[in-house]
Design a protein around this ligand. Structure first.
Ligand code: ATP
Length: 236
């Protein structure tokens, strides 16, 4: 059974039909990438899973349990961590304080709970800055902290919305290396991205969205080798 499964999802903003019969799945320990141009529906897919844009049709399950109709805080408690595109951190709190206020253990079977010390072990750069107010961090450091903060909720699956957005190329490389370390802990991830290069080493499988529907799915090596698909559905 997949850890996370989306089947036949239709989602709307008001009368605008955005997702059409969308289906994807993510197995335990897998990193799955959701690719597509601007407006393809990547963010809406993540928001449907977390319950911010509840689907009008279809089902979304975590370990076989239906999430449809649950509010976002209940979905989070069941083990889905969501890192939105805009970085939500408390600028006047230090890194350590940002982590401590986000600490939650729900007893949802997500494995070893995260603590600030465990985060610092995995991301030593954040450890060196632990007493610095978050408002004084660089964009890349803030993105790392946003991800680390979500880890403090000890999720079974991490949903990341365009983590490389707005970061300088060198910082993007560093972030990729850090996410690879996170993958090494066995954490399951669903990553929405436009930057194919950023996820090409990290991802196991790919779904390409266009106009709210899946146009291609395959393994990352198959996708990277398939220039036609990349040209047809992405701006690369
Ligand atoms: P981006 O990289 O621009 O975030 P995306 O693939 O994540 O792209 P979505 O943000 O999911 O795409 O947008 C899918 C479609 O939904 C777009 O046509 C967009 O204009 C529309 N849309 C997004 N948010 C809203 C909203 N709040 N109200 C109405 N339409 C919206």
């Amino acid at each position: 059974m997949p850890l996370l499964e989306v089947r036949g999802v239709d989602a709307y903003y008001g009368d605008s039909h955005i997702l059409f019969d969308l289906a994807l799945d993510v197995a335990e320990g897998e990193v799955v990438c959701l690719l597509g141009r601007n407006g393809a529906g990547k963010t809406t897919t993540l928001k449907s899973i977390i319950g911010l844009v509840p689907p009008r049709a279809g089902c979304i399950t975590l370990r076989g349990r239906d999430l449809a109709g649950l509010p976002p805080f209940r979905v989070a408690r069941l083990g889905i961590g969501y890192v939105p595109e805009e970085r939500r951190i408390f600028g006047n709190l230090t890194i350590r304080e940002n982590l401590e206020v986000a600490r939650r253990t729900w007893g949802n079977g997500a494995g070893q709970p995260w603590t600030a010390d465990r985060v610092f072990e995995l991301f030593p750069h954040l450890a060196t800055l632990r007493d610095r107010p978050a408002g004084r961090l660089s964009g890349g450091e803030q993105q790392m902290l946003t991800i680390a903060r979500t880890l403090m909720g000890s999720p079974s699956v991490l949903l990341l919305d365009e983590p490389s957005e707005g970061l300088a190329p060198l910082v993007v490389e560093m972030l990729a290396a850090q996410l690879a370390r996170l993958k090494g802990t066995g954490l399951t991830m669903l990553v929405a991205e436009q930057n194919v290069h950023f996820v090409s080493e990290l991802g196991d499988r790919v779904y390409v969205l266009e106009k709210g529907t899946v146009r291609y799915q395959g393994t990352m090596p198959e996708f990277v080798a398939n220039e036609d698909v990349r040209r047809a559905h992405l701006a690369v």
